[in-house]
Design a protein around this ligand. Structure first.
Ligand SMILES: Cc1cc2nc3c(=O)[nH]c(=O)nc-3n(C[C@H](O)[C@H](O)[C@H](O)COP(=O)(O)OP(=O)(O)OC[C@H]3O[C@@H](n4cnc5c(N)ncnc54)[C@H](O)[C@@H]3O)c2cc1C
Length: 471
């Protein structure tokens, strides 16, 4: 592999001390512009705080846009009696149609996306996952946050924190040199828990048995896809396509001929809002960690090798794809799982699978435990009880051992199994909004987020339209 090899022994160099320029001082600093950061910035701004959101790329969306992760997974409860629909829209219709358990920032974003022609609203007919257009997503999120009064700094990578224990700000690497932003409270929406880890919060990585995380996947969009031809094939081969994945026999044939070499046994793809396009989620790179630059570099190489094979496979073997082409791949290979920051409470699979309720609930989730095998083929799916949802307590967003920092999105406090559910984008937005509200209340009350009363966070979230109802 042409990628720089990780040295067996890594020598550490001491760098000379350096200076950073103070760029701003704000109530709430949100680091990371993914679903969690978007929810956090909106929640904090709507609660009346001054908010700066800083993002390493030049656009918002995080995995939704940079990694082309589509669609928004279902945020509805599952009804016990619900029957699967057919393959009509290439969507997994089996998560629904109960009631939505997330509203607030997610609902506002969805309405904006649908209004702009960039998403298909969830319905019985189209399914309960939400296909969206990543370009419209970039614009809709920017517009939403701009109108809420959020200020942005793009092209700034967080590399350090100011203060010890009680964190006063964050240092960013930029083209203008190192910049510091001070804040009364900080929301870590980096997905990887970069800020909490830099500040010294404890964290875990991977499953308990061997520390391995879910695989990485480079997603890509195939354009000029003939939906009718594919549907005809799926109808003629009902054992070969289940909603959004399948083609086991074709994968086997191509593998036997040496034309495909994948760490998964099937092909997974989703509809987008465009009839002649699908979003392919079928590359898989195992035993790599997104917070290890050597691993991630190898994953970029390996996933692009797989992408090239997959495009050839789809065009050659799969009806409907004959004239299709890869119009776009992610800016980077998508990272499902890295650090899970340890908070005042750690959410477990048992909490999720028993739909546990907490008095300090600030978000809810109904998406299944969904673990792509960290070592190879297969995916584990375990559903949340029908007609029900689990609570996410405020304590899971408050890192241990440090003050003034909240975590949101996929780096909140939970086990490997629990993470596989709450990592999806709608839930990441909901924990983001909750962290943003808590950070704003802390800033306004002159206290650290840990001291903010949960019922005050809940009251403000409900005022902002969040759904914290039970049952
Ligand atoms: C391949 C794949 C498929 C998936 N499929 C789905 C799906 O179909 N539906 C679904 O709902 N979810 C899906 N997920 C899960 C979901 O995309 C993520 O878990 C979710 O995006 C997490 O949101 P987040 O805001 O916590 O993190 P992210 O989306 O990772 O956003 C983090 C943001 O922080 C920025 N950032 C990171 N570090 C720094 C730094 N040091 N300084 C400045 N900025 C920084 C990043 O650029 C990014 O914008 C999938 C994930 C992957 C990888």
């Amino acid at each position: 592999m042409p990628v720089l090899e990780k040295p067996k022994h890594i020598e550490e160099l001491t760098l000379p001390p350096r200076r950073a320029r103070l760029a701003a001082d704000t109530d709430v600093l949100v680091v990371g512009g993914g679903p969690a950061g978007i929810g956090a910035a909106l929640g904090a701004a709507r609660a009346g705080a001054s908010v700066i959101l800083v993002e390493r790329y030049g656009f918002l969306g995080g995995n939704a846009t940079a990694a082309l992760v589509m669609p928004l997974m279902s945020f509805h409860t599952q009804r016990p009696t619900f029957e699967r629909l057919g393959v009509s829209n290439l969507l997994p219709n089996d998560h629904g149609p109960g009631h939505p358990v997330i509203a607030g920032a997610l609902k506002e974003l969805l309405e904006h996306l649908v209004r702009s022609g960039g998403a298909v609203a969830p319905s019985l007919e189209t399914g309960y996952v939400v296909p969206f257009d990543p370009e419209v997503f970039k614009w809709s999120t920017l517009d939403l946050l701009d109108k809420a009064g959020v200020h942005f700094l793009f092209h700034a990578f967080a590399s350090g924190v100011l203060g010890e224990g009680e964190i006063e700000g964050v240092v960013f690497e930029t083209k203008s040199g190192p910049l510091a932003i001070k804040a009364k409270a900080i929301v870590d929406g980096t997905g990887d828990g970069d800020i909490a880890a830099l500040a010294g919060a404890p964290y875990e990585i991977g499953r308990e048995s061997d520390g391995l995380v879910q695989p990485m996947t480079l997603m890509f969009r195939m354009a000029d896809f003939e939906q009718a031809a594919f549907q005809a094939y799926a109808r003629q081969h009902p054992d070969q396509w289940r909603g959004v994945h399948g083609l086991w026999d074709l994968v086997q044939q191509a593998t036997a001929k040496g034309e495909l070499d994948l760490a998964r046994e099937d092909i997974l793809f989703f509809a987008t809002p465009h009839a002649r396009e699908v979003s392919v989620n079928s590359t898989r790179v195992t035993r790599v960690l997104g917070t290890d630059v050597w691993d991630w570099s190898c994953a970029e190489w390996e996933s692009r090798r797989q992408l090239e094979q997959l495009v050839r496979f789809l065009r050659k073997y799969v009806p409907g794809f004959e004239r299709s082409y890869a119009v776009q791949s992610g800016v980077h290979t998508g990272v499902r799982e890295t650090r899970r920051i340890l908070g005042d409470y750690q959410l477990t699979a048992e909490d999720l699978l028993s739909a546990r309720k907490f008095p300090d609930a600030v978000a809810r989730g109904s998406y299944p435990v969904d673990i792509h095998n960290p070592t190879g083929k297969g995916t584990v799916l375990r559903r949340i009880p029908a007609d029900d949802a689990y609570d996410i307590p405020l304590r899971a967003l408050v890192p241990r051992d440090i003050e003034r920092v909240m975590v949101a999105g996929r780096c909140i406090s939970g086990t490997h199994e629990a993470h596989s559910s709450y990592r999806v984008m709608p839930i990441a937005m909901a924990t983001g909004q909750a962290a943003g509200v808590c950070a704003a209340l802390a800033a306004q009350g002159g206290m650290v987020p840990r001291k903010v009363l949960a019922d005050e966070v809940q009251r403000e979230l409900v005022r902002q339209g969040a759904n914290l109802e039970r049952g």
